[in-house]
Design a protein around this ligand. Sequence first.
Ligand SMILES: Cc1ncc(COP(=O)(O)O)c(C=O)c1O
Length: 382
Amino acid sequence: MPYQEDFAVEQFMDKFETQAKYNLGETCCYSLSLDDIEQLSGNRYELDRSMRLTYRDIKGSEELRALIATIYGNTLTKDNVLVSNGAIASNYLLYYTLVGKGDHVICVDPTYSQLYSVPEMFGAEVDHLKLTKEDDYIPNVETLAKMVKKNTKLIIINNPNNPLGSVIPNNIMKDICQLCEKHDIYLHSDEVYRPMFHSLEEGFDLPESACDLYSKAIVTCSMSKAYSVAGIRLGWMITQDKQVLRDAASRRDYNTISVSVIDDRIAQYVLRNADKVIARNMNLCKENYHYLTEFINKNKEDFEYVGTPQGGTVCLLKTKEINDTYGFAEFLATEFNVLAVPGEVFNFPGTLRIGYGNSKNDLVEGLPLLKKANDIWISRTK
Ligand SMILES: Cc1ncc(COP(=O)(O)O)c(C=O)c1O
């Protein structure tokens, strides 16, 4: 068996998520029910009860893949899409398809640790491109160029970034694509938080998707975060490179066969009403992010943002007086029923990852408790 490290962020969330009263760890925009979506959109969800529940379309239905393709530039069609059980399954499948022993991979850090631990598990040599304060936590293309080796097969980025919320500007994204093209390297862009670009700085153009910019870019995304329906477990990979898609589909035959037909139908329904769902979530993230920023401004002596969050649903908060944020996050969860994810699970101690896309009430009730716990912890450890 290949060695696989524990998935620290998922394990921490698993341990505390169901018992937490106030969830500041959530990464999805406040999840929706079918009733909610009907109310938002004014369109009913009609389940075809006569539909025979077979495996049906192995790659995902044509209708769903066509709807997914419309999210991207107009050169991409349903034939550029492969549906999976969430972005997590697409990521895994992509690494299973592309990398192994003898391959060199470069991955941004910090990020969702699946993005470097799975390539490593498949035997690749993985180097981490550290995102630094000096670069406002955006990949430094010069550093990246110096890291490229003869056997570099894949570069992995995450845009918007989990846990930082940083967004890669189009000029940097184009430079990354050019670098990959020059050395004939695949680019994986995990864009699971797209299109939650809710707080872009002035003058910042709407970020383009990597799959529209480079022929060997593979983008993964899902219905979980921006579309608020993580429970249907439906994601995809999209790329201009149809050979990668064929290879991935062939590998997937061994572990998935197809995605649930009910999930496929629900995803179609949500995407047909995406304008309403996305508008609701943009407002939610904007408002909640603003509320969180006010809280931080009021408590500057204790907390500050790491970098400049501009998109997604999460950010890292530096805890100025607390170094052991793992111990603190356990204390916060057990004593105050508030879930915040410790930066240690992203190799970033001294920080907490805060998810602000959840209901506003979680912030309104949870943030004062975070401050209270912070003060008690500091007084105990002084
Ligand atoms: C960067 C990133 N990629 C992928 C996933 C997996 O998402 P899902 O499988 O629900 O689509 C997550 C979940 O938190 C994530 O943050």
